[in-house]
Design a protein around this ligand. Structure first.
Ligand SMILES: [Zn+2]
Length: 236
C-alpha cells in the first residue's frame, strides 16, 4: 500500500513540488553567497593594490615636500662623530678606514684618489652657498645645481666626500673629472668600500650631475641618513 494514497491529491502535488523548489533555493542561495564572497575578495585585492600605489606616491610627495631645490634636509654630525682626515678636512669616523683602504688600493694601481672635501658644518655650507652665489652672480636655483643650501647638504652628516684625481687637479669639482683614472677606478670599485655616487647624471632628485661627490652607506646609521634619498631613487 502506498502511503501517499491517504493524502488528498491536491496536498500530494503541493508537497511533491515544494521539496525540489526548496533545494533549488538552497543551492541558488549558496551560489549567490559564493559569488558575493568572490566579488568582495577580488575587490579587496584591487583596493589593496591601489592603496599601496597611493602609499608610494604619498611617500615620494612627502619626501619632495621636505626638499629644497631638489636637496633633502640633513642633520649636522656631532663633534665626537668626526675625525680629522687631512689638514682642514674632517670626515665621519665610520668612513675613515674605508676611504684610507680605498685610497691605498687605488694607489697600488698608480691612481691618486684625493679627498677634496668632507664634513661641512651648516654654517660653513651657508657661507659657501651665499658667497658663491654673490661671486658667481647666480640665482639660488642655479646655485643649488652644484651646491646644496645650508641644512640640505649631505656633507653636514660627515658621510659625504668630494674626491679628485691628484694627477689632474684641473678637473677638481668639474664634470671632466669623470674622464680621469680616479673616477673610472671609483666607478668600478667604490661600492666595495660602501661609497655610492650621490648625484649621477639624470638623477631622480633633479640635482646636477656631480661625479666628484660620493656618500658612504656602509653602516646602519649612514643608511638611515640617506633613507629618503634612496626612496626617491627606488620609487620615483
Ligand atoms: Zn660634495
Amino acid at each position: 500500500m502506498n502511503y501517499q494514497d491517504d493524502i488528498p491529491l491536491a496536498k500530494r502535488i503541493k508537497s511533491i513540488r515544494t521539496i525540489p523548489a526548496k533545494s533549488f533555493l538552497r543551492i541558488g542561495f549558496l551560489f549567490f553567497m559564493v559569488g558575493i564572497s568572490l566579488t568582495f575578495l577580488s575587490n579587496r585585492s584591487v583596493l589593496r593594490q591601489t592603496t599601496s600605489l597611493e602609499d608610494s606616491i604619498n611617500l615620494i610627495e612627502n619626501i619632495q615636500n621636505k626638499s629644497l631645490l631638489g636637496h633633502l634636509p640633513y642633520p649636522q654630525a656631532s663633534k665626537d662623530e668626526l675625525i680629522l682626515f687631512s689638514p682642514g678636512i674632517y670626515v665621519h669616523k665610520d668612513i675613515y678606514e674605508n676611504f684610507k683602504e680605498m685610497q691605498f688600493k687605488a694607489a697600488q694601481k698608480g691612481i691618486s684618489l684625493q679627498l677634496l672635501s668632507g664634513y661641512r658644518s651648516i654654517n660653513l655650507q651657508r657661507d659657501i652657498f651665499y658667497e658663491n652665489k654673490s661671486i658667481r652672480n647666480q640665482t639660488a636655483i642655479e646655485r643649488s645645481w652644484d651646491s646644496a643650501p645650508p641644512g640640505y647638504s649631505e656633507h653636514s652628516t660627515g658621510y659625504a666626500i668630494d674626491v679628485g684625481d691628484g694627477d689632474y687637479p684641473n678637473t677638481h669639482f668639474e664634470v671632466e673629472f669623470e674622464q680621469t683614472p680616479a673616477f673610472k677606478w671609483m666607478k668600478k670599485f667604490a661600492s666595495k668600500y660602501h661609497f655610492v655616487l650621490s648625484f649621477p647624471s639624470n638623477n631622480k632628485q633633479g640635482v646636477t650631475y656631480e661625479p666628484w661627490h660620493w656618500r658612504f652607506e656602509g653602516t646602519v646609521n649612514a643608511l638611515k641618513k640617506f633613507e629618503d634619498a634612496n626612496k626617491i631613487t627606488k620609487f620615483k
